[in-house]
Design a protein around this ligand. Structure first.
Ligand SMILES: Nc1nc2c(ncn2[C@@H]2O[C@H](COP(=O)(O)OP(=O)(O)OP(=O)(O)O)[C@@H](O)[C@H]2O)c(=O)[nH]1
Length: 292
């Protein structure tokens, strides 16, 4: 799905998320494990207020495992419960229910102490396009596809999916817009394929990818393209890769546009291994300063 994020759309998305928030006990904020910061939207912080939240680093199967572990610890250290999952693996998703239960336990205990009857936790998923919201909803719903029906008292009918005895999920996710304003974030979202349709130029994406890989994953880059460094004259590196892969126009010249595509495709298809583009070490300082 391609959405043009004009201010009007952003206002509408914000309104919709705010409305749905009223219905739930907890928000599952889905983020891309390869981009735990760039795939978040601070708007959520503004509307979520006291609502509980679980950060879910999705697509963990595609991300650098060491970084994912560090990110989960990082979020916990900054007061957010977080887990990493692969939504394509239904079994692993059991941890989502467990984590939600753990977060809400103190509240549930207080309710019980007041003599109130326990009930299933109500949750909703929010996240930017393509982060895996529908996949997670479908996998969580599994055999419980029979909807639990409309909730009484809600003007606009909302469907709930019974995930387990202890958890009900709103069947439509909240959509957040990506933070395209920051060019670096735009590059990261585009180069990983986190956002499919972008106005980003393929050459720029490939160059961004090469420089990022040289900084954080140099050995994999050098091995894949049989080289010892990315040249200061980037065209030389393109030429080298073009020759290596024999990427030529019908006239026999190196096809630079195709080389750019090839590099981006290699990154997206994990030919350079599992990659994380938001490096936790790059954010630590910023956050430590904020906490002070
Ligand atoms: N490898 C991997 N792929 C995933 C995972 N979760 C989702 N995907 C894939 O990511 C793509 C996008 O997933 P969707 O569930 O359509 O994402 P969405 O957030 O609902 O997207 P919108 O409808 O655009 O808002 C699909 O190709 C999924 O198969 C995951 O944990 N691991």
């Amino acid at each position: 799905m391609t959405i043009q994020w004009f201010p009007g759309h952003m206002a509408k998305a914000r309104r919709q998320v705010t409305e749905k928030l009223k219905l739930v006990d907890i928000v599952f904020e889905l983020i891309d494990a390869r981009l735990p910061m760039s795939s978040r939207n601070p708007m959520l912080d503004e509307v979520i207020h006291q609502k509980q939240r679980l950060l879910i680093l999705n697509k963990a199967d595609m991300a650098d495992e060491t970084q994912t572990k560090k990110w989960v610890e990082f979020f916990k250290a900054h007061g957010h419960e977080a887990i990493a999952v692969n939504s394509l693996d239904s079994k692993g998703l059991k941890r989502v229910t467990k984590a939600a239960e753990a977060i809400l336990k103190p509240k549930w205990d207080r309710m019980k102490a007041k003599g109130m009857k326990g009930r299933a936790i109500r949750a909703m998923i929010v996240g930017i396009p393509n982060v895996g919201k529908s996949t997670m909803i479908n996998r969580l719903a599994k055999k419980n596809l029979a909807r639990t029906g409309n909730m009484p008292g809600v003007t606009k009918a909302q469907q709930w999916i019974k995930v387990e005895k202890e958890l009900e999920l709103l069947d439509t996710p909240g959509i957040l817009w990506p933070k395209f304003e920051d060019p670096d974030v735009g590059y990261k979202l585009a180069v990983t394929g986190a956002i499919k349709d972008t106005i980003m130029n393929m050459d720029d994406l490939a160059i961004y990818g090469l420089h990022f890989l040289e900084k954080h994953y140099p050995n994999r880059l050098y091995e894949r393209y049989q080289m010892t460094k990315v040249s200061d004259e980037i065209v030389e590196t393109f030429e080298h890769i073009g020759k290596l892969r024999n990427v030529r126009t019908t006239g026999g010249e190196i096809d630079y546009s195709y080389v750019a595509e090839l590099i981006v495709r290699d990154i997206r298809n994990e030919h350079l291994g599992k990659l994380t583009f938001d490096y936790v070490e790059d954010y630590k300082e910023e956050f430590d300063n904020k906490d002070k």
